[in-house]
Design a protein around this ligand. Structure first.
Ligand code: WT7
Length: 636
């Protein structure tokens, strides 16, 4: 048992102290003891957060897949690495052992090489949640190619934006993807996306649904044809700890999504560290994270963290409501899941259904529950605790971000106390602080402010792909020398953190980050629309939902408003994806603006929340009259 995994609250405090007093020594000792390196690093850490530059373990050589696969072969080659539960409950689950995973990943790696992939190339992955998605991600890492997974619910436009931004040369996809009763026509979406992508040379297509697709000769190849010829031996590429491992896009408050870059060494070290500490994974446990690999949660806590720890990780292809609302609970019963990690939005939606869906299943195998993605409300927390955990399971409330690579603030299962709606304490190595509006650190323990992290940790993003200036501006300019998270938080007198939500123009809808500017840009593409303002408002199941205030170019178009609403929805769906569709659309004659012409989203947010008593002083607006009109027309 590693001394770096806290087994008691006292050990947590000791480790925390050690990690803060001498971070380099702490992480060097952990990294050296727990992983296979080809060559030891020269410098554990060098950084300047004002620029920012960050390097962990630079000069160290490794391959993350040797740590996730090869090193387990002698000790647990026959143990299940990935337990695949297919969309259709009548289909057989697959128990993919570490031995089998090794072969499959090597074959996939050789297949990518046969298609011309090399170290440093960017490979876009647009796939359903099948084992081949996991093989492809790991195969990229094996040959040193940089994977860029795009969630298979995104539109053709979003896909092509991401391919072009990273200049990917290869795209891996499937004919279609199962989602409950539906099939998403992935290859058809790819064909549309690639009309505007010149960098893609080859497209590899997995046959999953049998959906008929068109194959462009010279460009498109079937997975099974190339795979059959590939060898199952592949030497892992030796990577520098600071070489890029992957790019993953996340929405920002302005402009296009940001391609967050994570590197090989630090990311490996911290995802392993946080996985073991937070979930307290024990040999033999069955661990299930319900996220999609298209998001950071899937990268860090379906694949890299659990596999590097030698765990059995469940991968579920389907959705919680298919064939019925009992699906999650049936999977837990069937596979005797011990650790279950999901999002508040899933909890709320399942809690809104009949309790008999839960009670008709034996959930006795569960030891630990987890939540991630947005603040969990008390009601959802209590339902999760009472009905799923049966009052017996600690709930880890894990706060982190695409940018942080791994869990930053969370209780440790059974080690530190859970407090409903609090993420609680920072993990060892993580140094949060709260900042006031004036940019000063708040010294008192009990406080509320903007959440920053004041010292580097190994899995922090190193840059935005192709735009380091934007990286510096977004995360390191608001508070000098500190990483700004974009979240607000409260701290209690014992140092526990409670995340209050985003303080920027990012709205989290059903656990998905959406930039309001991106949605406004999509709506403004409509020829009859003059301008729009998008805000989030609280929603009982989704956490937040999108409210769009829209002004038309001419009042005479108002008659067509029903049709325009439908067109707005289809524009947003095709430019971003169905998850970004506004729940409410209100046509207004004007939008409240400052004298310099800036839209006052703060006022609109209050109106959308139904909180019109506290609008504050609106007399200084350019057009205060429009506010009353908007209130009258609001649908709340
Ligand atoms: C944003 C990051 C990182 C995993 C999935 C989301 C919110 C995340 C929590 C939590 C309160 C949370 C924050 C954060 N968030 N976890 N446990 N409690 N808020 O990753 O898409 O990059 O979103 O999700 O607002 O900034 P992401």
């Amino acid at each position: 048992m590693s001394r770096f995994v806290a087994k008691s609250i006292d050990q947590y405090h000791t480790l925390y102290k050690e990690s803060v007093e001498n971070p380099e020594k702490f992480w060097a000792a952990f990294a050296e003891q727990e992983f296979v390196w080809h060559k030891k690093w020269e410098n554990t850490l060098s950084f300047d957060l004002r620029k920012p530059t960050i390097q962990w373990f630079a000069g160290g050589k490794l391959n993350i897949t040797e740590n996730c696969i090869d090193r387990h072969l002698t000790t647990r080659g026959n143990q299940t690495a990935i337990l695949f539960e297919p969309n259709d409950p009548k289909d057989k689950p697959l128990h993919i052992s570490y031995q089998e995973l090794s072969k499959q990943v090597n074959k996939t790696a050789n297949m990518l090489k046969a298609l011309g992939a090399q170290k440093g190339d960017r490979i876009c992955i647009y796939m359903p949640m099948t084992p081949e998605l996991a093989y492809t991600v790991l195969a990229c890492a094996r040959i040193g190619a940089i994977h860029s997974v795009v969630f298979a619910g995104f539109s053709a436009q979003s896909l092509s934006d991401r391919i072009n931004d990273a200049q990917c040369s290869l795209l891996v996809t499937a004919d279609g993807g199962y989602r409950g009763q539906k099939i998403t026509p992935l290859k058809a979406i790819v064909d549309q996306a690639l009309i505007s992508c010149l960098s893609i040379r080859r497209v590899l297509v997995l046959q999953r649904t049998g959906l008929k697709v068109s194959m462009k000769s010279g460009r498109d190849v079937w997975w099974h044809e190339v795979f059959a010829k590939a060898s199952d031996a592949c030497v892992a590429e030796s990577m520098d700890a600071e070489d890029s491992l992957f790019i993953l896009y996340t929405s920002g408050s302005t402009g296009k999504p940001k391609g967050m870059v994570h590197t090989c060494g630090g990311y490996m070290v911290y995802t392993n560290y946080s996985f073991r500490n937070v979930f307290q994974y024990q040999e033999g446990d069955i661990y299930w994270c319900t996220a999609d690999i298209g998001w950071i949660t899937g990268h860090s806590y379906i694949l890299y963290g659990p596999l590097s720890a030698g765990a059995t990780t469940v991968m579920f292809e389907g959705i919680p409501s298919y064939p019925d609302m009992g699906r999650f609970w049936r999977i837990i019963e069937k596979h005797k899941v011990n650790i279950f990690y999901t999002a508040p939005t899933a909890i709320r939606s399942l809690a809104s259904g009949d309790l008999s869906w839960v009670h008709s299943h034996d959930l006795g195998s569960l030891k630990t529950l987890g939540t991630v993605g947005e603040p969990i409300n008390l009601e959802a927390w209590q339902w999760y605790n009472e009905h799923i955990g049966q009052g017996q399971c600690p709930i880890v409330d894990t706060w982190w971000q695409t940018e942080t690579g791994g869990i930053m603030i969370s209780n440790l299962a059974g080690v530190s106390k859970d407090i409903p709606t609090f993420a609680t304490l920072p993990l060892p190595g993580i140094q949060p602080c709260l900042m006031d509006e004036a940019g000063n650190e708040i010294a008192t323990l009990e406080a509320e402010g903007r959440l920053c992290i004041q010292f580097p940790w190994p899995s922090m993003a190193r840059t935005i792909y192709g735009n380091h200036q934007r990286f510096a501006d977004t995360y390191y300019r608001a508070f000098e020398g500190k990483y700004f998270t974009g979240d607000g938080a409260k701290r209690d007198k014992n140092g526990n953190y409670r995340i209050t939500g985003r303080v920027d123009d990012v709205v989290i809808v059903s656990g998905h980050n959406l930039g309001t500017a991106e949605i406004e840009n999509a709506i403004n593409e409509h020829p009859l629309i003059a301008e729009s303002a998008v805000v989030g408002y609280p929603h009982p199941i989704k956490g937040h939902a999108i409210y769009a205030f829209v002004t038309l170019r001419s009042p005479k178009h108002e008659d067509a408003s029903v049709g325009i609403k439908i067109e707005i929805n289809s524009l947003v769906t095709s430019l971003i994806g169905p998850i970004a569709k506004p729940e409410k659309i209100q046509f207004t004659a004007g939008l409240p603006k400052t004298r310099s012409g800036k839209i006052m989203r703060r006022i609109l947010r209050k109106i959308a929340e139904g909180n019109t008593e506290s609008l504050g002083d609106i007399s200084t607006l350019l057009n205060p009259d429009c506010v009353e009109q908007i209130i009258q027309g609001a649908s709340i």
